[in-house]
Design a binder for this molecule. Structure first.
Ligand SMILES: [Zn+2]
Length: 412
């Protein structure tokens, strides 16, 4: 039993802070529209910075507008234990996605202040810029530049749909900092987030202990056949790309089952050309999304996909080609961070489930340069990127308590 083992966050204060932040960009339907580098984003940042200063933190802002609020430790030479997430939202976003992770970090700091506890290593609460990718694509660009995934110039040159650049807008809202947007040593990095899926709620578990994040592969599958008249042309002898496609779909859905429960196979878009109801199409272009948390299995799925497409195309005499659109490798979080979360959950006695994230998060990029772990809490009906997004105060409090104890373990 250490002095801090009975320590708990103040759940009411966390909730009140979430609700106050949610007034900035509040929508009529009870959600939030606080898109990156808008005036509302600036107002949200200003409020966070003020709260952190009031809690005794120093503030550092880097060239990407990432904010780092630092609570000093006993030993300033130790690398800090960091937690963070994002304050930006989708245009019709909710009150919890991202902002919960930021304000849970602030609540950890406030709770330690209340209890008069000094950690050995410094603690930091980070706000990562433009996680959502709603206004400026790609997503997670603040943590992405910081971790070396993207160049600063690339980030600055991104434009929104009005042609305004990321760099200019960052300058305009006053959050273009002097510090290089570049990774530095961290003892550990944690992120607490709503699940954005239904699993914890369905299984009535309060905490998700994350072992990693799904890897994602995006493709365009193109099938080229021979257009012909829908009436006079007999079924046999047609070179119909749909005949190949239906074989491919069936086998890919089976592939997902074979690698269940974590494999995901999604066909989000399809285009038929010339696209006339009286004509067998010449060409189909299908968007294919394959996901799995284990990169080796994802690679095996990739391999099977190519074989399935080639074989099905050959059977019906059409041509198949696959273009790789994007890849995000599977992430396995650092064992010591996963253990710190797991032990904290056990100490606190919360029901829990070990799981992986199906969505991307800043922690994906952070994990490339620092030991990283994540915590999930349930959200109502698994709904997110939606104004009706909701979470229970007691679950949010539980997640913040896990964060508090996981950070304490890594900072002592
Ligand atoms: Zn988020």
């Amino acid at each position: 039993m250490t002095a801090s083992s009975n320590l708990r966050v103040n759940g009411q204060r966390l909730w009140d802070s979430l609700m106050e932040m949610a007034t900035i960009g509040a929508t009529a339907k009870g959600g939030c529209n606080r898109q990156a580098l808008t005036e509302l984003d600036r107002d949200g940042r200003d409020l966070f910075v003020r709260w952190c200063r009031e809690a005794g933190c120093s503030i550092d802002i880097d060239a990407m507008g990432n904010i780092f609020a630092r609570r000093p430790g006993r030993n300033p030479d130790l690398p800090p234990v960091l937690t963070g997430s994002h304050l930006d939202t989708q245009p019709t976003g909710g009150r919890f996605d991202g902002v919960y992770g930021v304000l849970a970090g602030l609540e950890v700091v406030r709770s330690l202040n209340d209890a008069g506890i000094e950690t050995e290593a410094p603690l930091e609460v980070a706000v990562w810029t433009n996680e959502e990718g709603a206004r400026f694509s790609p997503a997670m660009i603040g943590s992405g530049v910081w971790s070396g995934e993207f160049d600063l110039d690339y980030a600055y040159s991104r434009t929104d749909k009005d042609g305004k650049t990321f760099g200019d807008e960052l300058q305009r809202i006053g959050y273009r900092g002097q510090t290089a947007a570049k990774a530095r040593p961290l003892a550990a990095a944690f992120e607490v987030h709503i699940e954005q899926g239904p699993i914890l709620e369905q299984e009535q578990k309060q905490i998700g202990v994350l072992s990693g994040v799904q890897g994602m592969h995006w493709y365009d599958l193109t099938l080229v056949g021979q257009p012909c008249h829908a009436g006079p042309s007999p079924m046999e002898g047609r070179r119909d790309p749909f005949m190949a496609l239906h074989r491919i779909l069936e086998q890919l859905y089976r592939l997902a089952e074979d690698h269940g429960p974590w494999a995901r196979v999604t066909f989000g878009d399809i285009r038929a050309e010339p696209g006339s109801r009286n004509t067998v199409p010449e060409q189909l272009v299908l968007a294919v999304d394959l996901r799995h948390p284990d990169q080796q299995i994802l690679n095996a799925m990739d391999h099977s996909f190519r074989e399935i497409a080639a074989a099905a195309a050959a059977e019906v005499g059409v041509e198949a080609s696959i273009r790789d659109e994007w890849r995000s490798p599977a992430v396995a979080f650092a064992p010591q961070c996963v253990a710190a979360v797991r032990e904290s959950v056990a100490d606190l006695g919360y029901s829990n489930k070990e799981m992986v994230s199906g969505a991307g998060h800043d922690s994906v990029y952070i994990s490339r340069v620092a030991p990283t772990g994540m915590i999930f809490v349930p959200c109502e009906k698994g709904l997110s990127h939606n104004e009706a997004e909701n979470a229970q105060p007691e679950d949010l409090e539980a997640g913040a308590n896990v964060l508090l104890h996981a950070m304490l373990k890594m900072a002592s």
